[in-house]
Design a protein around this ligand. Structure first.
Ligand code: 26W
Length: 820
């Protein structure tokens, strides 16, 4: 497609001139990083025109705005994606070729902005892409961490965390906006002052420390529609000017403390995924970006509209999990303390403006702040939460007179803790889960009491992913093939992709599809050779599990099965095994020892298996170092088999599962999260389902009865594999190394609960499903058909569909069109 606004010659000049002015060099002297910077600034120039135009149009049409409040945005690289969405990729590629550069190599110079951990952060990034593409006015609001997700290095099979200094060369796509800075206050105490003229109490925070929040804006380019939205990430700076000339004059200690506070707040992303650690600095981060964002949003609203009561008709604050939940209290503070509204009015506005998305039912992920910490750090916010709680308890008592159980289970403040999920639910007009099964579990189990009290708030929004990054950019060969068969409409309307179904039985289409998969496998094999020094057979089945490392995701089940296969091959060399490459990629939280030990186990099994000549290269295990958005694009494109093997009920949705499906991989998985809906779309014949159902898991959890020793004692294959964890087969120098994993599966100490992830219960049915995978792959035509059907059935899983549902059922935004 020819871009409307792109002129090749102008672009080339722009690149040259940027190299000159930024680095005092000519382009043949510039380093690859400098070329990346110069090209990006040239692209940003084009984007800025559209950015200005979009903001003008928003100003004119005054649409309702959604603020997507999230501690994490896992954006991935911007250059290639921006070019695609500007529909200028091809032309820029040519222009750069004429200058002697390869666009792909330049793209590789960009650091991955990794301001997120995993699913939740990447979902936020996909949502921003869809919001801009669909023409909705949306702001992402987050934190400009100086260090994002750590870089993972594997040394001697162990994970090493290396800081990710993504800003060290400067990030060309961001725009610093000091004129929109906001002050954020921490600590001190609240003085209550009665104002006889109004008859109200005023609440004055005193002796506080404060920082200045400085916004940096990143453009979010819509696909081919000239819309550019904004991701606003806040940095913090010390305020040492006005504080010190009042009563604090000369307070050197305080000046230094404030400097430290400012430096610390945005320093680093917490690398915990699904695990609450209760760190004070994290609560500071939360209030920091929320206070700045809500202040800015209210100010913007007031500039345009007279009456603050109209806020809910023009603004929604969407809370991405409980991390931004102080929003509820901060908005109340602004409405009551600054706008002088009555409590009732303020609460009415707040509860029609905030909406909350739940992303996990893992108990250890729930945020519960100790009162002592919360009230010390946020004294005024704590008072407000207390009042919200007091009134909420009255409401509960009115509905359930005398029912102390309900109070105990539902209170916002209880047992010395502030429960953020309860605050989010009380303060929001919408509470949604992220896949059908997940929402049902919320309604019927985790949040049952809340659902019974306010059923109208609860709804489901099944997650989605952007096909523009994960097919158009990540898999150009398949993208072109799809376009050749059904035209370009799928790029903005993925439901169109079902038109491919008629090709599922077509032999030529099958061959082309499998050939593209093969090309992508060659690309990944090359990556693996370069990064791991391991040679893999591109004709083998590429069986892939990439995601954060967590026990509930059961990478351990996968590697135990690899051990089992290896044993079988050794025992029965006469059997005909189809060659398979098991590929893993996963970061473990720095303090999650068992997860790190699982990484070591995977690498130890890899060492043995990959170097055992007797199995003739039929089994390979690869652990891809530093799994992140940029290499994910390459990995999804090359996968034959998608491993989605979480303990049923534990994975809220999953989104990697959708990226694999879009790229034509077949799922082996449990009936968990969005897998349920994937199977519903593609049909059970085109996936491999195994294991306990979520009802069965929940039943075990509630009624007990799971005994891992039963499997250990009755199944020699399982016993054998488990014994290998403690007999040195994969750690000859330290046979005890994997004892903890052995214990975690068997819980031999009677005081422990049996493995809460039911690994052994699912082992045999997993192995059986894997046999079916192998048999299915041997039928190349049958496999090709299933692979095409997976791609063709992935339409539902576009984040465009998800966002349209949020718009229709929660946000009620107005569509905006930017004219030329
Ligand atoms: C407080 C520590 C903490 C940090 C992150 C707790 C919880 C989280 C996230 C909510 C974890 C997360 O990323 N959840 C994932 O969200 C995805 C997007 O909805 C889902 O697809 C995944 O199933 C879910 O695990």
């Amino acid at each position: 497609m020819i871009s409307k606004q792109f002129d090749k010659e102008t672009f080339k000049e722009s690149v040259k001139s940027n190299v000159r002015s930024l680095y005092r060099k000519t382009i043949d002297e510039a380093t690859p990083q400098q070329i990346f910077q110069a090209v990006s600034y040239a692209v940003k120039d084009v984007i800025i025109d559209n950015w200005l135009k979009s903001q003008k149009q928003f100003d004119k049409e005054d649409p309702k705005i959604v603020y997507y409040l999230s501690m994490e945005f896992l954006m991935g690289r911007a250059l290639g994606n921006n070019l695609l969405n500007l529909t200028a990729y091809g032309e820029v590629k040519e222009a750069l070729e004429e200058l002697g550069f390869d666009l792909n190599a330049i793209e590789d110079e960009e650091p991955d902005p990794a301001l997120g951990n995993g699913g939740l952060g990447r979902l936020a990034a996909c949502f921003l892409d869809s919001l801009a593409t669909l023409g909705y006015c949306a702001y992402g609001c987050g934190i400009r961490y100086h260090y994002g997700m750590f870089k993972q290095e594997i040394k001697d099979g162990y994970q090493i965390e290396v800081p990710d200094a993504w800003l060290k060369d400067g990030y060309p796509f961001e725009l610093r906006r000091p004129e929109y800075a906001k002050e954020v206050k921490f600590g001190g105490h609240v003085r209550v002052v009665y104002d006889p003229s109004t008859g109200r109490n005023e609440f004055v925070q005193e002796d506080y420390q404060s920082v200045r929040a400085i916004p940096y804006d990143l453009p979010i380019v819509g696909y081919n529609n000239q819309i550019v939205n904004t991701l606003r990430i806040w940095d913090s700076e010390a305020i040492n000017d006005f504080q010190l000339d009042s009563f604090d004059k000369g307070d050197y200690r305080k000046a230094v403390e404030q400097e430290n506070l400012a430096r610390n707040i945005v320093e680093v992303l917490y690398p915990n995924d699904n695990h609450y650690a209760g760190k004070e600095l994290r609560l500071k981060q939360q209030y920091f970006f929320i206070s700045a964002s809500i202040q800015a949003a209210v100010e913007k609203f007031k500039k345009k509209h007279g009456d603050i009561h109209e806020l809910p008709s023009k603004v929604t604050f969407q809370l991405n999990d409980t991390h931004p939940t102080v929003t509820v209290a901060e908005l109340m503070r602004i409405l009551v303390d600054e706008e002088k509204l009555s409590w009732e009015d303020a609460w009415d506005i707040t509860t029609r403006t905030c909406a909350y998305t739940n992303h996990t039912i893992m108990a250890e992920a729930l945020e519960k702040w100790p009162i002592e910490l919360f009230s010390r750090l946020l004294p005024r916010i704590y008072q407000i939460v207390e009042e919200i709680n007091r009134r909420f308890l009255i409401q509960i008592q009115q509905m359930y007179p005398g029912n102390q159980e309900k109070i105990k289970k539902m209170a916002i403040i209880y047992d010395g803790q502030v429960k953020m999920a309860h605050l989010a639910i009380a303060g929001s007009y919408s509470v949604n889960g992220v896949a059908r099964l997940h929402t049902e579990i919320l309604k019927n189990k985790e949040l049952k009491d809340f659902y019974e009290m306010m059923p109208q708030k609860f709804n489901n929004k099944t997650n989605g992913i952007t096909q523009r990054r994960f097919l158009l950019h990540g898999n150009p060969l398949l993208a072109d093939w799809v376009t050749k068969h059904i035209g370009r409409d799928w790029i903005t309307d993925l439901s169109q992709i079902s038109k491919l179904k008629i090709y599922a039985d077509d032999e030529k289409a099958q061959q082309e599809f499998m050939n593209i998969k093969y090309q992508n496998k060659l690309r990944l094999a090359k990556y693996i050779q370069e990064h791991n020094g391991i040679e893999v057979d591109p004709r083998s089945i590429f069986d892939v599990q990439v995601k954060r490392l967590h026990e509930y995701k059961r990478q351990l089940l996968n590697i135990l099965h690899v051990m089992y296969l290896y044993n079988k091959m050794k025992e029965h060399p006469e059997l005909d095994f189809y060659p398979r490459t098991f590929i893993f990629g996963a970061k473990a939280s720095a303090g999650y020892h068992r997860a790190k030990l699982i990484i070591k186990l995977i690498n130890s099994v890899a060492d043995v298996v990959n170097n055992d000549a007797s199995i003739k290269g039929k089994l390979k295990v690869v652990f891809i170092e530093n799994y992140r958005v940029s290499n994910a694009e390459i990995i999804f494109a090359a996968a034959d088999v998608s491993e989605q093997i979480s303990t049923a009920s534990k994975e809220a949705s999953g989104t990697g599962n959708m990226k694999f499906m879009l790229n034509g991989a077949l799922t082996i998985g449990t009936m968990d999260g969005a897998n349920v809906e994937i199977v519903e779309e593609v049909g059970a014949d085109n996936a491999f389902i195994f294991g306990l159902s979520s009802d069965e898991v929940i039943n075990f959890e509630q009624n007990g009865g799971y005994d891992p020793n039963f499997y250990f004692n009755t199944d020699p294959d399982i016993r054998n594999v488990l014994m290998q964890l403690i007999n040195g087969t994969f750690s000859p120098k330290d046979p005890e190394r994997f004892r903890d994993l052995y214990n975690s599966l068997l819980n031999t100490k009677s005081s422990d609960k049996p493995d809460t992830y039911f690994t052994l219960a699912d082992f045999k049915s997993y192995a059986k499903a894997q046999e079916q995978v192998e048999a299915a792959y041997r039928d190349q035509r049958g496999w090709a058909k299933s692979a095409i059907l997976n791609t063709a059935s992935s339409g539902k899983f576009s984040s465009d569909r998800t966002i349209q549902e949020y718009v229709d059922e929660i946000w009620h935004l107005d569509k905006v069109v930017v004219e030329d």
